[in-house]
Design a protein around this ligand. Structure first.
Ligand code: EPZ
Length: 454
């Protein structure tokens, strides 16, 4: 136990405490060409809503192929304090050998998601829909802004109101009530939101009657959630399109479900191959899931092909500057914008990178500039003029994808790069130093002596 009611075995407990060090650094000696195979983990952004779906049933939901990440542990802690019993053990099923997380919400003992846990991870707001659908009430701290933008949750709230929930904001908390249960409704999203779509799909799965969500998010992680809910007994049509219809059920049942592969992790390693002029096979991901990136890489002169087990990326011909604009799926993902910009810093020619999803997602720019990149930001666009080489430097970033973009820069740079604030990486990249190291990168996690007894 870690004091939160979550049970871990010894190995997982070690993972829990050892991976979350705030003082670790990643040190990279740049200039090595990557070559080999990288296994792609289950997707963080699919796993988090799937874990919240466990609140919808008193039976056990077993999630297989779950990534070992700090965010998963944070959400497990939150779910445990709602009364979910959580067990982790070794598991191999349907070709998936990742460990399984067993979540059983036999009884919801507490419907409050406190500020102290929600502020650590915004995805905690995904307990709102399931809690109010199952128990008729929920009190969830407002997550607040984060490093990449203001990130309001108004669409989650308006959508729940369309299903009959009464919502008040009280002292920083969302208070939602539906004493007679939620009722199916129609909600047209004014703009696409992944999280709000997921919250509403989960809420609608236990609402009375039919719900129609228009302009819904089409991300593979939304589709994965819908597939799992269907396996739990939900009736859902249209997942993956912009209109999702959900016919609510009185109860849902447990199931065993494998988390879809992480397309953002795969895309990040695809760029790692490209930026080092390497040749890497990404095992366990389908080309269709990273199609927007593959198209951009092809335009930049990087070969991306489907293989029997995944996707092969070969960057041996160098890269050419190409413009990118981030969009909701199936457009180019905002979660790969920082990584792609890093690739463009060493491309031949210039590229324009436009971020349309978040208002403050260029925090990697000043750090890349310190490494010798030539980037000019004007409002939501960055003009990147390719340079011959980057130079290693100590760097740090304030969010997950910005941090990993600096790792990519370090792989390509001349000399040594030290990426600080590794805890950002540990939120979303499982064993990054091992995966890159196995392909020939000179990369290590450095743990200062003071933390060595962990
Ligand atoms: C998900 O965040 C991902 N997180 C993000 O991954 C990802 O960047 C984002 O989708 C976009 O693809 C998880 O899945 C856990 P949104 P989410 O609601 O759901 C605005 C990563 O690095 N908006 O689709 O929070 C919002 O401010 C991350 O892994 C509202 O205005 O994103 C943003 O500008 C970070 N009101 C845009 O919509 C709302 O109620 C898209 O946000 C909700 C969102």
């Amino acid at each position: 136990m870690d004091g939160t009611g979550v049970r871990y075995n010894d190995e997982q407990y070690h993972f829990q405490v050892s991976r979350l060090s705030t003082v670790d650094k990643i040190r990279i000696q740049g200039g090595r060409r990557l070559s080999g195979r990288i296994p792609i983990s289950g997707a963080k952004n699919a796993a988090l809503p799937l874990m919240c779906a466990s609140l919808l049933t008193e039976d056990t939901l077993t999630l297989v192929n779950l990534p070992h990440l700090a965010d998963i542990s944070t959400l497990a802690t939150l779910l445990a304090q709602h009364g979910v019993e959580i067990g982790m053990d070794g598991h191999a099923s349907g070709g998936h050998t990742g460990r399984a997380l067993k979540l059983t919400a036999g009884e919801i003992t507490n419907t409050t998601a406190p500020y102290d846990l929600v502020r650590k991870m915004r995805a905690s707001v995904l307990v709102l829909g399931p809690l109010v659908a199952r128990t008729g009430k929920a009190r969830v701290s407002l997550p607040g802004g984060c490093a990449i933008g203001a990130r309001p949750v108004d669409l989650h709230l308006k959508g729940l109101q369309a299903l009959g929930a009464e919502i008040d904001l009280q002292q920083g908390y969302i208070e939602a009530r539906a004493p007679g249960g939620l009722k199916g409704g129609r909600y047209v999203f004014p703009s696409v939101s992944v999280g709000a779509t997921e919250n509403l799909v989960m809420a609608a799965a236990l609402a009375e009657g039919e719900t129609v969500l228009v302009n819904a998010a089409r991300e593979p992680e939304v589709v994965d959630l819908c597939r799992c809910l269907k396996a739990m007994g939900a009736e859902i049509d249209g997942a993956g399109s912009d209109t999702i219809r959900i016919h609510g059920q009185k109860n849902l049942a447990g199931t065993t479900y494998p988390v879809v592969a992480d397309r953002i992790e795969a895309g990040t390693y695809a760029i790692a191959a490209a930026i080092t002029g390497g040749d890497v096979e990404l095992v366990g991901v389908k080309l269709a899931m990273i199609e927007a990136l593959a198209k951009q890489l092809a335009e930049a002169g990087v070969a991306v092909t489907a293989t029997a087990e995944g996707v092969r990326v070969s960057g041996s011909n160098g890269v050419i500057g190409t413009d990118v604009i981030t969009e909701p799926y199936p457009g180019f993902p905002t979660d790969l914008q920082a990584q792609f910009m890093t690739l463009m810093t060493v491309a031949e020619g210039a590229s324009m990178i436009t971020e349309t999803i978040f208002e403050n997602r260029f925090m990697h720019v000043p750090e890349l500039s310190r490494m010798g990149a030539n980037i000019t930001v004007h409002q939501s666009s960055a003009l990147v003029r390719g340079v011959k080489k980057l130079n290693g430097a100590p760097v740090m970033a304030t969010d997950l994808r910005a941090s990993v973009s600096l790792v990519l820069a370090g792989l390509a740079a001349e000399g040594v790069t030290e990426v600080n604030r590794v805890y950002h990486l540990d939120r979303g990249y499982e064993r990054i130093e091992e995966k890159l190291g196995a392909c020939g990168a000179a990369i290590e996690r450095v743990r200062p002596a003071v933390a060595a007894d962990e």
